[in-house]
Design a binder for this molecule. Sequence first.
Ligand code: 3HC
Length: 701
Amino acid sequence: MTEQTQAVVSIELEGAIGLVRIDNPPVNALGAAVRQGLAQALETLERDPQVQVVALYGTGRAFSAGADIREFGKPPVDPKLPDVCNRIEACAKPVVAVVHGPTFGGGLEVALAAHARVGLAGARVGLPEVTLGLLPGAGGTQRLPRLIPLEAAIEIISSGRQVPAEEAQSLGILDRLSQAEPRQAALDAARAVLDGSLPTRRTGDIAVAIDPATIASAAARLQKKRPALAAPIKAVEAISYAGHPIGEGLKAERALFLELMDGPDRQGLIHAFNAERAVKRIPEAGAAPRPVASAGVIGGGTMGVGIATALLQAGIKTTLVETSAEGAERARAKVIGNLDGAVKRGKLAAEQRDRLVAAFDTTTELEKLAAVDLVVEAVFEDMAVKTGLFGQLDRICKAGAILATNTSYLDVNQIAAATSRQQNVIGLHFFSPAHVMRLLEVVVAEKTAPEIVATAFELAARMKKVAVRSGVCDGFIGNRILAHYRKAADYMLLDGASYEEIDRALEDFGFAMGPFAVADLAGLDIGWATRKRKAPTRPAEERYVAIADRICEAGWFGRKSGRGYYLYDDAGGRVPNPDVLAIVEAERAANGIQARTFTPEEIVARYMTAMISESARVVEDGIALHPIDVDAVFLFGYGFPRHLGGPLNHADRIGARQLVERIEAYAREDSHYWQTPGLLRQLAESGGSFNDLNTANSDGR
Ligand code: 3HC
């Protein structure tokens, strides 16, 4: 046994009880040392004649978060987790597992292999492997259906959902609940086994009948989902073996698990898991955040209402400022409507909703914000309006208050300069609807103080959002990249692809909606306003596609005006708008363009290459700290297909060299738009990858 092994798993004898403690911070992941420690502990205790019962428990915030995902993709180290679980199940002495906090994946599989299970208050159990592109590979698909009804096992495994302790007990995953601390609960459970009040049995010995019709209908349901991810479907296939003797079922499960481990989704999904955590690596992480107990939101439009809702849900007393009493009343009704919606969806308890409503106020007087800790401005996107407002806030707000703007593209340095306290000014770019979308771009201006950045990140965590640090530029990380690749779609449209073909190709690739359907949803007037704003600075060499302008000139702004690129029926179905098809034809004719065909592969290749190019520039310019930050922006704010891990993760799969070749080929048609970013060229020449630039959190490629 190595020293490390002794440290992460330890044994303690208490009379006839052998306690086995897992202590591998931060989340007791079951890395090689823990697996070796567990196997060794069982050997030792099984041999010890004094020991009559073994109780497993963990220290820290989780019994175990499961297999150590940093080991995936690397050469396996014995003993493998399924062998450790089998060793536990085969133990000649009864083994009881006491679980607390998150007990996920391999962590739950260890517990399922024990002969009885006790859950502590607040424990959550689950098999989230499918969310990482895998299936439970240490017996979960064989043992869970032996303990609980088949439908419930399928639902839990194929969704990866977290099951609270009480529900886990009523389903039969846990045998009993306890309020004690883990070590005490382990002693209590072991004593209960000894006195016979906690019965034990080997899960693998339980015989169950697996109904093929239930399996078939679950598989069909999952297949229908788009994009049809392999993992949940394979997991159901693995469950179908649970009626066989456990040894056979485990073999089938292992084969399917290894297939997924080598499949295309696992790496992207684990990269997405890591991205959510990697974005916290900011230079300001060591600064002490300021307390935020109260906030003001200026503006009662869609953004302001969403932001106020998000702040309230994070437990922050919030005052919303509108220009008129009617506007304030409308905003109030909408915020309360959002909270009621959360109650209806089971996301918020009714009493909690009443407390949040009581913590919410609206006003028409900016002076009411004199004492708040944070102000988020969400008014019209106009520099003069914003600088005027920040000048007023500078006079009104208390010293130390954080002054944030929700601008989506304006220069935050210029807004800050309207105050005498630039160190307290920051951009908080929420995405609509702000109480739902997880992304928050934290825009750090030249003079923003580190503790203000740290406060923004802490605030984001309280709002359960993914904060990504961005520098100042037009559009910050996300909208800057979007503005670039969106043009690629318009160029393909003008050159001959139909917008329906483009949307379909990208939806088949994995986006929930293609760019033209998104434009209809967002409102075509939004892009129109941006194009008008940028017109004076548009380089003469830039190709300009006026199709969207023509549609707007006709008064069609997408879904909100009933028609845009598509006509929509009440059921959400869409058909191309014939009037827009005529506009497209006319624009092609006006530009002397002979329409050519584009295959779905070419559509995806051009669109993704454009997205990757601007993403590379955003990293090169230092607007994003790391490539993985760009990935996080697209995963959590732009509906990027999670299994692909983000644009720069996808870029690594294509390879920098291939991307440079593509850009050079496209540049023969349009050398202004298609330019090779310096960073991409550098990676192509060195054979490096974007992931090399993500200094930590290797995702096991
Ligand atoms: N392996 C390795 N590292 C892990 C890990 C795991 N399974 N789970 C979490 N970590 C790391 C995180 O990356 C993070 O690292 P960082 O500090 O360097 O950023 C650190 O532990 C703390 O994690 P969180 O920031 O997520 O802490 P929280 O307290 O917010 O959440 C948690 C804890 C709910 C356990 C969450 O981390 C989680 O959901 N983990 C993943 C659970 C999972 O998917 N398990 C299945 C693994 S696959 C498996 O078991 C296969 C088996 O069937 C064979």
